[in-house]
Design a protein around this ligand. Structure first.
Ligand code: BG6
Length: 476
């Protein structure tokens, strides 16, 4: 159980009528509440433009609360208790008056002692700075990381390229200190991603073979079988490289490839990640293919003739001693044939077993597959003799499927991240250094695509994407 601060907690969600708040943030807070992880007293105050009252807000939230942590899933009482602590203020994001109203409301509902305050910006990224400045001008924020604390949470994408990201970081830093700022990439809260450090550094068998001497190539792959849906307006501004590759997949790459950190403390882990990201050669358009699913232009909110990619696949090279010459294939796409995120580490073919090869034909290589979702698993492909009188070999899997191995519920990424924010644990959040280094990898590619008006190849919805790059043609 977490340390209880002895203070209350207010969670202010700016943009509370949106999908992220209803589908992710508030359900995650409810799950934490059901498990006893929220301090007492606590309250949630939503701010958004929609003209809702408290009961409207509660009605909107209720269908999204799930009872998965409550015995027998009987949680009507918990739901009632939780909803009774949810309040709503209707206002404009850039109006000081709206924040003053919010502030009054906070004072009314924060009863019984000092309250820590978490400000969650669940608004489109172009509003972050304006909202932060207006909140600052309304005098809502405590300074520094004093107690009771004020912390701000922002969601990727942080900017559109290196320069705009730097501007955003500088702008926010005039209002919130770095210690107060939590930059979320929710993939870092996913169970399997959190396990990467443990898997790599707490098992003696992996570290000695984790280099170009033994690893032939790595693939990090992200697929979604749905389109952009109602998020077309947002997505079209950013595209798949900014939406998924520059953040989610680049963070995975950093965790897979970084040197052992001096400790598992956030500062040391971030230093190791940043060093690795700085060693990644900037992505080069010649090594990338981009695509757009057929029908994207008919989605709501997409302008005629949009060139925004919904698919991208390419290769990254890491210029350091450990990884020299090892290609890291990266691919991400919407409207593909399945929903899966996984890391595949392909080891070099063995040279020691000529005799087996002569008897049984070419040997398949060893491969380590780490599946992040939908079914969390880690499996190692080994070459094994097929039982029988003849010498036949085949790739066989040693399988760690989370569902059968762990008789426990796997927490949602947001549950873990929100709890860390409350506890002031910054390990799973993006630092300025990581952010700058990851934009340096993709900014030249993004600028090239836009300056040259590169048209994405159209692919049929529900297929494997576009472009015959190494990544997309590699066998599964
Ligand atoms: C978000 C992207 O960060 O991640 C979305 O903006 C994407 O486009 C989503 O659909 C996927 O998250 P998850 O947790 O469902 O894999």
């Amino acid at each position: 159980m977490p340390e209880i601060s002895g203070r209350g907690l207010s969670v202010v969600i700016v943009g509370a009528s949106g999908d992220l708040a209803r589908n992710k943030i508030i359900p995650a807070l409810f799950s934490l509440f059901c498990q006893g992880y929220l301090p007492e007293p606590f309250c949630i105050i939503g701010l958004a433009r929609t003209a809702w009252t408290d009961p409207d807000f509660r009605n909107q939230i209720e269908p999204h609360l799930t009872c998965r942590y409550v015995p027998d899933r009987q949680c009507a009482e918990k739901v009632r208790d939780f909803l009774g602590r949810c309040y709503y203020v209707s206002g404009q994001y850039s109006s000081v008056d709206s924040y003053l109203t919010l502030f009054q409301r906070m004072q009314q509902v924060e009863q019984g002692g000092p309250f820590d305050r978490m400000f969650y910006m669940s608004v489109p990224p172009f509003l972050f700075l304006e909202v932060a400045r207006t909140m600052g001008n309304a005098g809502l924020l405590a300074c520094g990381d004093q107690t009771p604390w004020s912390r701000v949470v922002i969601e990727k994408p942080f900017g559109r390229d290196r320069a705009s990201s730097d501007q955003l970081v500088a702008g926010i830093s005039q209002i919130f200190s770095e210690e107060q700022t939590y930059r979320i990439d929710h993939y870092l809260g996913k169970e399997v991603i959190q396990n990467l450090l443990v898997l790599r550094f707490a098992n003696l068998v992996f570290e000695p073979i984790w280099s170009s001497s033994f690893i032939e190539r790595v693939r990090i792959s992200w697929k979604e079988d749905i389109g952009v849906g109602e998020r077309g307006g947002y997505f079209n501004e950013y595209g798949i490289i900014r939406d998924v590759i520059q953040n989610h997949l680049t963070q995975i790459l950093a965790l897979v490839a970084m040197e052992p950190p001096a400790s598992f403390r956030s500062h040391d882990v971030s230093a190791a990640k940043t060093d690795l990201l700085k060693a990644v050669r900037p992505a080069d358009l010649d090594n990338w293919a981009i695509g757009q699913y057929d029908g994207y232009l008919d989605e709501p909110g997409i302008p005629t003739g949009s060139l925004t990619p919904t698919f991208a696949a390419g290769v990254l090279q890491i210029d350091n001693a450990r990884w020299k010459g090892v290609p890291f294939f990266v691919d991400a796409g919407k409207g593909l044939d399945e929903r899966v995120t996984e890391i595949r580490i392909r080891f070099r073919p063995t040279e020691c077993c000529r005799a087996v090869e002569e008897a049984a034909g070419p040997l398949p290589p060893n491969e380590l597959v780490i599946r992040v979702q939908p079914d969390e698993l880690i499996r190692l492909g080994i070459v094994n003799k097929v039982p029988g009188l003849e010498m036949k070999v085949a790739q066989t899997w040693l399988n760690l499927a989370y569902k059968s191995a762990f008789q426990t519920l796997i927490p949602e990424a947001y549950e873990c991240l929100l709890l860390d924010i409350m506890q002031g644990d910054r390990s799973l959040f993006i630092t300025r250094g990581e952010l700058a280094a990851s934009w340096d990898i993709f900014t030249p590619l993004l600028h090239d695509l836009e300056e040259r008006n590169v048209a994405p190849a159209v692919y049929a919805f529900g297929t494997r994407g576009a472009g015959q790059t190494h990544a997309s043609t590699e066998e599964q």
